[in-house]
Write a protein that binds this ligand. Sequence first.
Ligand SMILES: [Zn+2]
Length: 126
Amino acid sequence: MAHGTFGTAINCMDGRVQEPVTRWLKETYGLDYVDMITEPGPEKVLAEGGPQTAAFLAKARISVQAHGSRVLAIVAHDDCAGNPVSPDVHQAQVRQAMEVLRGWGLHVQVIGLWVDAQWQVQPVGD
Ligand SMILES: [Zn+2]
């Protein structure tokens, strides 16, 4: 098992959201590191059962099994080029994606996050 505490985020590839999401997860969960799995608009992929879903699971499993990650976040953000929909739709997709992640049976806490137009990170409730 790796040293330090890990979390995992399935996040957009957008360079504007990497640091805010990493910082928020470290501060909120007291983590040392955040493993980042990136894709354009990953909440849309998961909500719609897109073909990248299996790769997300394989990567998340590595993070949990090798690093002992204890929290798995699905992230959506404002002004997303990969998924240009309204904030309401993003957040609905995050909720759907959370159900998918919970179905993976990885024994981690699953959370949803929204990064707003000011690049502030906010939890998305169930
Ligand atoms: Zn994006």
